[in-house]
Each structure stands twice: as structure tokens, then as C-alpha cells.
Design a protein around this ligand. Structure first.
Ligand code: HEC
Length: 164
């Protein structure tokens, strides 16, 4: 019984240390986080990277048949994996952005959805599974569109053809 208090205090000290570690990422100074305005991050960084990834599952049909740009060589598959992993890592930059002030909890859910799709794409490329790569590419696109519908709906309006 005599030693009870010091032991309790000891556990409290450990808890405080653990809590301190957990809180650290939140205390990252703004200068150590992305400073790029959201429209530039989207237009220059995310869009560009997503285009590289989508290029691996592009299928074009014309009078001469179907043209596929699917990965073929080992290097192609490596590159497809790299593009997927780059996109996945960019979701962390978006989430930790110093300039995006989004308190809506849906914001993080959309980022998590994009991250999961990019991750599935990386795993598909690693396994050289083309069907899974196509599915993940579509899921990436769906994740972009879903967030735009919620936070920038004007971006996803179906374009009208002249005369309509
Ligand atoms: C977490 C939400 C979210 C996700 C996920 C997201 N976007 Fe965006 N995106 C936005 C918002 C909000 C804007 C409007 C930014 C502004 O105008 O300030 C935007 C704008 C854009 C723009 C227009 C940029 C400009 O120059 O005005 C492009 C292009 C774009 N996004 C591409 C993408 C692509 C490609 C993906 C998926 C790989 C994606 N976005 C995923 C929220 C998101």
C-alpha cells in the first residue's frame, strides 16, 4: 500500500509522455506545412499526378480497334506504382496544408477516400493486376469528383453543347 502513490504517479507520467507524442503532429509549425493555395495545389500538383496515373489505364477505341496504354514492361509497372504512391503521398500534403481552413469533417473523409483509392492502385501495380489497376483508377476519379460535388460543385457541372 505504501508504494501505491508513486506507482500511480509513474503511470500518469507515462500517460503524459504518450499524450505529448500524440499531440506533436498537430503542433507542426505552419512553415513546415504546405503553403500552396488550394486552386494551385489542385491544378498544378494533384491534377497532373492523377493524369499520369490515369494514363496507365487509358483505352481508346477508333476505326482501327482498341488502343491500350496499359503497363507492359517491368518498368511500366514500376512507374504505375510510383504514380500511385505519389498521389497517395499528396493526400497527406493536402490534409496538412497550412492554407486550407476546412473544419467540416467531410473534408477529411474525402481525403481518406482518395488516399484509399491511390493505395489500392499502388497495390494493383505491385501485383501487376491490370483489372485492379483500372478499378482503382476509376475509384480515384470518383473520389476527386465526390469532393468537388461537396466543396466545389461548379467544377463538375456537365458541359453543355452548343445549341443546348
Ligand atoms: C478533399 C476535397 C478534394 C479532393 C479529394 C479533390 N479536390 Fe480538386 N478541388 C477541391 C476544391 C475545394 C477545389 C476548388 C479550389 C479553389 O477554387 O480554391 C478544387 C479544385 C480543383 C481543380 C481546379 C483548379 C483550378 O485551377 O481552379 C482541379 C483541376 C482539381 N480540383 C482536380 C482534382 C483531382 C484530379 C482530384 C483527384 C485526384 C481532386 N481534385 C481531388 C477539393 C478537392
Amino acid at each position: 500500500m505504501k508504494h501505491r502513490t508513486p506507482i500511480l504517479l509513474g503511470s500518469l507520467a507515462i500517460l503524459v509522455v504518450v499524450a505529448g507524442f500524440a499531440a506533436r503532429p498537430l503542433l507542426r509549425p505552419a512553415a513546415a506545412r504546405s503553403q500552396l493555395p488550394l486552386d494551385e495545389f489542385m491544378g498544378h500538383v494533384l491534377q497532373r499526378n492523377a493524369e499520369q496515373l490515369w494514363a496507365w489505364s487509358a483505352e481508346e477505341i477508333d476505326a482501327n480497334g482498341t488502343h491500350s496504354s496499359r503497363p507492359v514492361t517491368e518498368k511500366d509497372w514500376e512507374d504505375a506504382e510510383s504514380d500511385s504512391l505519389s498521389l497517395r503521398e499528396l493526400t497527406y500534403a493536402l490534409e496538412g496544408s497550412a492554407v486550407v481552413q476546412q473544419s467540416d469533417p467531410e473534408w477529411r473523409l474525402h481525403i481518406a477516400r482518395l488516399r484509399a483509392a491511390a493505395n489500392a492502385s499502388a497495390q494493383a501495380a505491385k501485383k501487376q493486376d491490370y483489372a485492379a489497376l483500372q478499378k482503382a483508377s476509376n475509384a480515384v476519379n470518383a473520389a476527386c469528383v465526390a469532393c468537388h460535388w461537396r466543396f466545389a460543385p461548379a467544377l463538375e457541372v456537365v458541359p453543355k453543347y452548343p445549341g443546348q
